[in-house]
Ligand binder design. Structure first.
Ligand SMILES: [Zn+2]
Length: 268
Protein backbone atom coordinates (compact mmCIF):
# COMPACT_ATOMS: atom_id res chain seq x y z
CA UNK A 1 0.00 0.00 0.00
CA UNK A 2 1.33 3.41 -0.91
CA UNK A 3 1.88 5.72 2.08
CA UNK A 4 -0.57 8.18 0.52
CA UNK A 5 -3.46 5.78 0.08
CA UNK A 6 -6.16 5.00 2.55
CA UNK A 7 -8.66 2.49 1.30
CA UNK A 8 -12.18 1.98 2.64
CA UNK A 9 -13.15 -1.18 4.48
CA UNK A 10 -11.82 -2.65 7.69
CA UNK A 11 -10.65 -6.13 6.61
CA UNK A 12 -7.04 -5.11 7.12
CA UNK A 13 -4.27 -6.27 9.39
CA UNK A 14 -3.06 -4.17 12.30
CA UNK A 15 -0.06 -2.78 10.41
CA UNK A 16 -2.33 -1.51 7.61
CA UNK A 17 -4.55 0.21 10.19
CA UNK A 18 -1.44 1.76 11.78
CA UNK A 19 -0.36 3.14 8.40
CA UNK A 20 -3.90 4.38 7.67
CA UNK A 21 -3.99 6.35 10.93
CA UNK A 22 -0.63 7.97 10.08
CA UNK A 23 -1.92 8.93 6.59
CA UNK A 24 -5.22 10.36 7.91
CA UNK A 25 -3.32 12.21 10.67
CA UNK A 26 -1.09 13.80 8.05
CA UNK A 27 -4.09 14.77 5.89
CA UNK A 28 -5.78 16.42 8.87
CA UNK A 29 -2.60 18.33 9.77
CA UNK A 30 -1.96 19.43 6.17
CA UNK A 31 -5.54 20.69 5.85
CA UNK A 32 -5.17 22.69 9.07
CA UNK A 33 -7.77 20.72 11.01
CA UNK A 34 -5.24 20.31 13.83
CA UNK A 35 -2.10 22.20 14.77
CA UNK A 36 0.67 21.35 17.26
CA UNK A 37 -0.44 18.25 19.20
CA UNK A 38 -4.20 18.65 18.78
CA UNK A 39 -6.72 16.04 17.67
CA UNK A 40 -6.79 12.27 17.79
CA UNK A 41 -7.80 9.30 15.66
CA UNK A 42 -8.64 5.70 16.39
CA UNK A 43 -9.66 2.44 14.74
CA UNK A 44 -11.36 -0.64 16.19
CA UNK A 45 -9.21 -3.73 15.70
CA UNK A 46 -10.27 -7.37 16.15
CA UNK A 47 -11.49 -8.39 19.63
CA UNK A 48 -12.60 -4.82 20.42
CA UNK A 49 -9.03 -3.60 20.83
CA UNK A 50 -8.67 0.09 19.97
CA UNK A 51 -5.68 1.45 18.04
CA UNK A 52 -5.19 5.15 18.72
CA UNK A 53 -2.85 8.12 18.41
CA UNK A 54 -0.55 9.09 21.31
CA UNK A 55 -0.86 12.31 23.29
CA UNK A 56 1.64 15.19 22.96
CA UNK A 57 2.62 14.33 19.37
CA UNK A 58 1.83 16.12 16.13
CA UNK A 59 -0.72 13.98 14.29
CA UNK A 60 0.85 14.86 10.92
CA UNK A 61 4.21 13.38 11.83
CA UNK A 62 3.33 9.99 13.32
CA UNK A 63 5.06 6.70 12.59
CA UNK A 64 3.12 3.40 12.87
CA UNK A 65 5.09 2.39 16.00
CA UNK A 66 4.01 5.59 17.84
CA UNK A 67 0.43 4.32 18.13
CA UNK A 68 -1.10 2.79 21.25
CA UNK A 69 -3.54 -0.12 21.71
CA UNK A 70 -6.15 -0.13 24.49
CA UNK A 71 -9.20 -2.15 25.42
CA UNK A 72 -12.75 -0.76 25.39
CA UNK A 73 -12.32 0.43 28.99
CA UNK A 74 -9.21 2.45 28.14
CA UNK A 75 -6.65 0.06 29.66
CA UNK A 76 -3.40 0.24 27.70
CA UNK A 77 -2.50 -3.08 26.05
CA UNK A 78 0.43 -2.10 23.83
CA UNK A 79 2.64 0.86 22.89
CA UNK A 80 5.41 2.82 24.59
CA UNK A 81 3.59 6.15 24.49
CA UNK A 82 0.53 7.34 26.41
CA UNK A 83 -2.88 7.72 24.74
CA UNK A 84 -4.86 10.98 24.88
CA UNK A 85 -7.37 11.67 27.65
CA UNK A 86 -9.77 12.41 24.78
CA UNK A 87 -9.82 8.69 23.96
CA UNK A 88 -12.76 8.45 26.41
CA UNK A 89 -14.90 10.15 23.75
CA UNK A 90 -13.86 7.52 21.16
CA UNK A 91 -14.52 4.63 23.54
CA UNK A 92 -18.04 5.95 24.16
CA UNK A 93 -18.79 5.65 20.41
CA UNK A 94 -17.27 2.15 20.20
CA UNK A 95 -19.27 0.93 23.20
CA UNK A 96 -22.58 2.43 22.00
CA UNK A 97 -22.22 1.87 18.25
CA UNK A 98 -21.22 -1.63 17.05
CA UNK A 99 -21.40 -0.23 13.48
CA UNK A 100 -18.57 2.25 14.20
CA UNK A 101 -14.97 1.17 13.52
CA UNK A 102 -13.17 4.52 13.32
CA UNK A 103 -13.23 7.98 14.95
CA UNK A 104 -11.68 11.32 13.95
CA UNK A 105 -11.48 14.20 16.39
CA UNK A 106 -10.12 17.56 15.24
CA UNK A 107 -10.40 21.33 15.64
CA UNK A 108 -11.11 22.43 12.03
CA UNK A 109 -11.11 26.24 12.26
CA UNK A 110 -14.35 27.23 10.52
CA UNK A 111 -16.49 24.45 12.01
CA UNK A 112 -14.91 25.13 15.41
CA UNK A 113 -15.77 28.83 14.89
CA UNK A 114 -19.45 27.82 14.69
CA UNK A 115 -19.00 25.69 17.83
CA UNK A 116 -17.42 28.65 19.64
CA UNK A 117 -20.27 30.91 18.49
CA UNK A 118 -22.73 28.40 19.99
CA UNK A 119 -24.11 27.39 16.58
CA UNK A 120 -24.88 23.96 15.20
CA UNK A 121 -24.38 23.34 11.47
CA UNK A 122 -28.07 22.76 11.00
CA UNK A 123 -29.27 24.74 7.97
CA UNK A 124 -30.82 22.81 5.08
CA UNK A 125 -28.53 24.35 2.44
CA UNK A 126 -26.68 21.62 0.57
CA UNK A 127 -28.16 18.36 -0.75
CA UNK A 128 -24.93 16.34 -0.29
CA UNK A 129 -24.65 17.31 3.38
CA UNK A 130 -28.33 16.58 4.02
CA UNK A 131 -28.06 13.14 2.40
CA UNK A 132 -24.75 12.27 4.06
CA UNK A 133 -25.09 13.69 7.55
CA UNK A 134 -28.53 15.29 8.04
CA UNK A 135 -27.80 18.00 10.58
CA UNK A 136 -24.64 18.40 12.66
CA UNK A 137 -25.77 19.21 16.22
CA UNK A 138 -23.81 21.15 18.80
CA UNK A 139 -22.97 19.25 22.00
CA UNK A 140 -22.85 21.46 25.11
CA UNK A 141 -19.45 22.37 26.52
CA UNK A 142 -17.68 20.16 29.03
CA UNK A 143 -13.98 19.96 29.86
CA UNK A 144 -12.19 17.89 27.18
CA UNK A 145 -11.21 14.40 28.30
CA UNK A 146 -13.60 14.27 31.27
CA UNK A 147 -16.61 12.04 32.03
CA UNK A 148 -18.72 15.22 31.81
CA UNK A 149 -17.93 15.49 28.09
CA UNK A 150 -18.84 11.82 27.57
CA UNK A 151 -22.13 12.45 29.44
CA UNK A 152 -22.89 15.45 27.19
CA UNK A 153 -22.15 13.38 24.06
CA UNK A 154 -24.06 10.26 25.07
CA UNK A 155 -27.58 11.33 23.98
CA UNK A 156 -26.27 12.21 20.49
CA UNK A 157 -24.04 9.19 19.77
CA UNK A 158 -26.77 6.71 18.63
CA UNK A 159 -28.34 9.25 16.27
CA UNK A 160 -25.53 11.19 14.52
CA UNK A 161 -22.25 10.46 12.69
CA UNK A 162 -20.83 13.97 13.05
CA UNK A 163 -21.00 16.35 16.01
CA UNK A 164 -19.72 19.80 16.93
CA UNK A 165 -18.37 20.21 20.46
CA UNK A 166 -19.08 23.65 21.93
CA UNK A 167 -15.93 25.77 22.43
CA UNK A 168 -13.81 22.83 21.35
CA UNK A 169 -14.03 21.20 17.88
CA UNK A 170 -15.67 18.31 16.06
CA UNK A 171 -15.88 14.53 16.19
CA UNK A 172 -16.90 12.12 13.42
CA UNK A 173 -17.32 8.36 13.25
CA UNK A 174 -17.65 5.80 10.48
CA UNK A 175 -17.55 2.14 9.53
CA UNK A 176 -13.93 2.74 8.46
CA UNK A 177 -11.31 5.48 8.85
CA UNK A 178 -11.71 6.89 5.34
CA UNK A 179 -15.43 7.49 5.92
CA UNK A 180 -14.81 9.10 9.32
CA UNK A 181 -12.16 11.36 7.70
CA UNK A 182 -14.50 12.32 4.81
CA UNK A 183 -17.16 13.25 7.36
CA UNK A 184 -14.67 15.58 9.07
CA UNK A 185 -13.87 17.14 5.67
CA UNK A 186 -17.59 17.55 4.97
CA UNK A 187 -18.17 19.35 8.29
CA UNK A 188 -15.41 21.88 7.60
CA UNK A 189 -16.42 22.38 3.96
CA UNK A 190 -20.06 22.88 4.98
CA UNK A 191 -19.04 25.37 7.68
CA UNK A 192 -17.02 27.38 5.12
CA UNK A 193 -19.93 27.43 2.65
CA UNK A 194 -22.45 28.42 5.34
CA UNK A 195 -20.17 31.26 6.43
CA UNK A 196 -19.64 32.41 2.81
CA UNK A 197 -23.41 32.31 2.16
CA UNK A 198 -24.09 34.39 5.27
CA UNK A 199 -21.44 36.92 4.23
CA UNK A 200 -22.87 37.04 0.69
CA UNK A 201 -26.45 37.51 1.88
CA UNK A 202 -29.13 35.42 3.55
CA UNK A 203 -28.73 31.68 2.86
CA UNK A 204 -31.75 30.35 0.98
CA UNK A 205 -32.82 27.15 2.70
CA UNK A 206 -34.42 24.12 1.09
CA UNK A 207 -38.03 23.33 2.05
CA UNK A 208 -39.12 20.43 4.28
CA UNK A 209 -40.51 18.76 1.15
CA UNK A 210 -37.11 18.92 -0.59
CA UNK A 211 -35.34 17.66 2.55
CA UNK A 212 -37.80 14.75 2.82
CA UNK A 213 -37.03 13.80 -0.80
CA UNK A 214 -33.29 13.83 -0.08
CA UNK A 215 -33.68 11.74 3.08
CA UNK A 216 -35.76 9.24 1.12
CA UNK A 217 -32.99 9.01 -1.50
CA UNK A 218 -30.30 8.04 1.04
CA UNK A 219 -30.30 4.36 0.12
CA UNK A 220 -29.74 5.25 -3.54
CA UNK A 221 -26.52 6.99 -2.46
CA UNK A 222 -25.53 3.99 -0.29
CA UNK A 223 -25.86 6.07 2.87
CA UNK A 224 -26.63 4.05 5.99
CA UNK A 225 -28.08 6.35 8.65
CA UNK A 226 -27.01 5.87 12.29
CA UNK A 227 -28.83 2.89 13.85
CA UNK A 228 -30.50 4.97 16.59
CA UNK A 229 -32.80 6.74 14.11
CA UNK A 230 -34.73 9.76 15.37
CA UNK A 231 -32.14 12.35 14.29
CA UNK A 232 -33.52 15.88 14.03
CA UNK A 233 -33.81 17.20 10.49
CA UNK A 234 -32.00 20.35 9.36
CA UNK A 235 -33.76 23.72 9.63
CA UNK A 236 -35.78 24.26 6.43
CA UNK A 237 -37.22 27.36 4.73
CA UNK A 238 -40.81 26.61 5.81
CA UNK A 239 -39.78 26.09 9.44
CA UNK A 240 -38.02 29.46 9.28
CA UNK A 241 -41.03 31.13 7.69
CA UNK A 242 -43.45 29.66 10.23
CA UNK A 243 -41.58 31.56 12.93
CA UNK A 244 -40.25 28.56 14.81
CA UNK A 245 -36.67 29.39 13.88
CA UNK A 246 -35.81 32.89 12.72
CA UNK A 247 -32.20 33.91 12.26
CA UNK A 248 -31.35 37.60 12.35
CA UNK A 249 -28.05 39.41 12.30
CA UNK A 250 -27.43 41.88 15.12
CA UNK A 251 -27.93 44.77 12.66
CA UNK A 252 -31.26 43.35 11.45
CA UNK A 253 -32.40 42.82 15.03
CA UNK A 254 -31.40 46.38 16.00
CA UNK A 255 -33.21 47.75 12.92
CA UNK A 256 -36.37 45.84 13.90
CA UNK A 257 -36.18 47.14 17.47
CA UNK A 258 -35.59 50.72 16.24
CA UNK A 259 -38.59 50.45 13.92
CA UNK A 260 -40.80 49.11 16.72
CA UNK A 261 -39.67 51.91 19.03
CA UNK A 262 -40.33 54.55 16.31
CA UNK A 263 -43.86 53.18 15.67
CA UNK A 264 -44.55 53.16 19.37
CA UNK A 265 -43.41 56.80 19.75
CA UNK A 266 -45.45 57.96 16.75
CA UNK A 267 -48.61 56.53 18.33
CA UNK A 268 -48.22 58.60 21.49
ZN1 LIG B 1 -9.90 18.23 21.24
Amino acid sequence: MSPDSLLPGCAKDEMQHRRDICVAGRWMYEQGYNVACEGNLSVRLEDDRILTTPTCMNKGMLAPEDLVVTDLDGRQLAGDRRFSSELAMHLLFYRMRPDVNAICHAHPPTATGFAVAGRALDLACLPEVIVGLGRIPLVRYATPGTPELSAALEPFVPHYDALLLANHGAVTCGPDLLTAFFRMETIEHFAKITLAAEMAGNPILLSSREVAKLMAARSRYFVTPPPGGGAELPVTSDVSESGEHVRLTRTELEALIDEAVRKDRSRR
